[in-house]
Ligand binder design. Structure first.
Ligand code: HEC
Length: 110
């Protein structure tokens, strides 16, 4: 009984933290998490980052990961200003930005 509990806790721990430990080391983006938190971005940029109104909202699918991170940090800091985009970046952590970058840069630009 106790052994099973320990195994259960271990399994839960691995499921929760496995992707972080195995997939992405410190400082790397986690695509799966990026996908899980992309909801607000999808409204303007499309759910896979291919915008349906590219004249208004740029497509961000397949963007260079480093450029994506730089753009997001510039919006967050106010160095780059856009009435619609800046508020989107303001509450994101560095990890959120890395995860979103990993997800969108892995999407195919159509
Ligand atoms: C309300 C609409 C809206 C939402 C929601 C939104 N964006 Fe944007 N985004 C824009 C607009 C408009 C621009 C272009 C701004 C500019 O170039 O100054 C932009 C630009 C960008 C760029 C820079 C693209 C480039 O080519 O330089 C990135 C990266 C980006 N958005 C990512 C995101 C992410 C990630 C989210 C979700 C957290 C998000 N956006 C949510 C409207 C939005």
């Amino acid at each position: 009984m106790q052994k099973q509990t320990v195994a259960g806790v271990l399994l839960a721990f691995m499921l929760l933290f496995g992707p972080d430990i195995v997939g992405a080391g410190e400082g790397e983006g986690n695509k799966e998490r990026g996908e899980a938190i992309k909801g607000t971005c999808a409204g303007c940029h499309g759910s896979d980052g291919n915008s349906s109104v590219p004249a208004m909202y740029p497509s961000i699918a397949g963007m260079d990961e480093a450029e994506f991170i730089e753009a997001m940090k510039a919006f967050r800091s106010g160095e780059r200003e856009d009435g619609q985009m800046s508020p989107q970046a303001r509450n994101l952590s560095d990890q959120d930005i890395r995860d979103l970058a990993a997800f969108f840069s892995a999407q195919e630009r159509k």
